[in-house]
Design a protein around this ligand. Structure first.
Ligand SMILES: Cc1cc2nc3c(=O)[nH]c(=O)nc-3n(C[C@H](O)[C@H](O)[C@H](O)COP(=O)(O)OP(=O)(O)OC[C@H]3O[C@@H](n4cnc5c(N)ncnc54)[C@H](O)[C@@H]3O)c2cc1C
Length: 381
């Protein structure tokens, strides 16, 4: 096993760090958190800087690379901007990889180059008001009307729906009574007649809206079935193929978030004076920081190791779920410890620590809850 980053990967990390320092420093994220609108301009700059293209094949406008590259990008963006990393995850890691892995040639050619240039944005709609962890219990459906399908139903928590051009939508397409719950995935234009998206107020990240999306007899062409008509009723298989990318990059985003909390806590502890000395001189604070640093090291190696396994085409779903579970839970623990190190200032809206704590919660649900990761891991034991 060789986990040494290549010189290209070191350069990539530095490039994204420089980009973030310039375009989305912490103050910018704070302004978004305080009621800022969707940062269209930031997304455009992310695309123009070329890093949406990384890890996609050159024939679709990418610059090649592998899964470790998107892991490094997710980690680096999350160090700086929760909004930037979630825009990246939804568009590039979820939608982009799903179209790349499951789309037919015409769909890859039509969507991926524009997505990588930032000319098209996507959202992904699986969850419904009554169907979360139990994806098979979705009720939204599509009925065949000859040359097109009509989609009816309600999706919930569809991130980026109000700013996207297309929503990759999972619906039932088999007979309503069938126990198999046959599903299909449609690429639905958001401008379609009968589609309405409404943002849900969230604990954090409101600049990138997560939405309720209502579909009332929304017409979708048959060529917009992901993979083409031959993939009708095989949507569940397509979801499984994307879950690994989604979960490993969420793990990486937690790693990036935790690194920032440790850095800011260390800086704070070195400057905050009590009892005549910086609080970092107290062993209790030193131990908390040492504990954070040790757990971050474990997050890093679990994430990189799982990404390396994926890049080597090894079976790694268990390791990816372990990394996602460990990193999302640990980020929450580290954010709570950060609040303690900051004392009362952690509770103040003048400081960022409370924002990091609020942001940390999303990773516990996105890509499946901790309980669902444990269910998967247990199946391998
Ligand atoms: C901010 C945000 C953005 C999101 N973005 C998207 C998006 O873009 N697209 C999308 O499709 N979805 C999105 N989601 C939805 C997310 O994937 C779901 O929240 C997640 O799958 C959990 O579903 P649920 O919230 O309905 O919880 P539920 O499934 O109702 O779970 C409730 C509780 O029961 C537990 N539980 C459920 N089943 C089991 C079981 N079998 N064993 C043990 N425990 C169990 C859960 O772990 C949880 O603790 C988003 C969610 C949030 C909060």
């Amino acid at each position: 096993m060789d986990f040494e980053l290549t010189s290209g990967q070191h350069a990539l990390r530095q490039k994204i760090a420089d980009f973030c320092a310039r375009e989305c420093p912490p103050e910018f994220e704070t302004s978004l958190d305080e009621g800022g609108a969707f940062p269209e301009d930031l997304y455009r700059k992310m695309a123009d800087s070329g890093f949406l293209k990384i890890s996609f094949p050159a024939e679709y406008g990418g610059t090649d690379g592998n899964i470790l590259d998107i892991v490094l990008i997710s980690e680096q963006l999350a160090r700086n901007s929760y909004t930037a990393v979630y825009m990246y995850l939804v568009n590039v890691v979820f939608a982009g990889t799903m179209i790349l892995n499951c789309g037919n040639e015409a769909q890859k050619k039509a969507f991926i180059p524009k997505l990588l240039k930032g000319d098209l944005k996507f959202a992904f709609a699986l969850t419904e008001p009554e169907a979360g962890s139990d994806a098979r219990s979705i009720k939204s459906s599509a009925v065949d009307r000859g040359d097109h399908f009509l989609i009816t139903g309600t999706k919930y928590w569809t991130s980026g729906a109000t700013v996207a051009d297309y929503i990759i939508t999972v619906v039932l397409t088999g007979p309503e009574t069938a126990a198999s719950r046959e599903m299909s995935v449609f690429i639905v234009p958001t401008k379609s007649e009968g589609l309405k998206a409404t943002p849900i107020r969230k604990l954090a990240g409101n600049a990138y809206p997560s939405c309720e999306v209502r579909y009332e007899n929304v017409p979708v062409a048959k060529e917009n079935i992901l993979g083409g008509p031959e993939w009708l009723n095989n949507g569940l298989l397509q979801l499984f193929q994307t879950a690994e990318y989604e979960r490993i990059c969420i793990a990486a985003s937690c790693l990036g978030g935790a690194e920032t909390i440790l850095r800011e806590c260390t800086e704070f502890a070195k400057t905050r004076q009590q009892f005549g000395k910086p609080v970092i001189k107290f062993q209790a604070i030193q131990h908390t920081l040492a504990d954070m640093a040790t757990r971050i090291e474990a997050m890093r190696w679990m994430t990189y190791h799982a990404a390396w396994m994926k890049a080597e085409s090894k079976d790694c779903f268990k390791e990816i779920c372990m990394a996602k579970l460990f990193c999302s839970e640990t980020l929450g623990d580290i954010a709570r410890k950060g609040m303690q190190i900051f004392g009362g200032r952690g509770y103040s809206m003048e400081h960022r620590m409370q924002r990091y704590l609020r942001e940390s919660y999303l990773s516990l649900y996105a890509g499946g809850t901790s309980e669902i990761q444990k269910n998967v891991i247990a199946r391998f034991l």
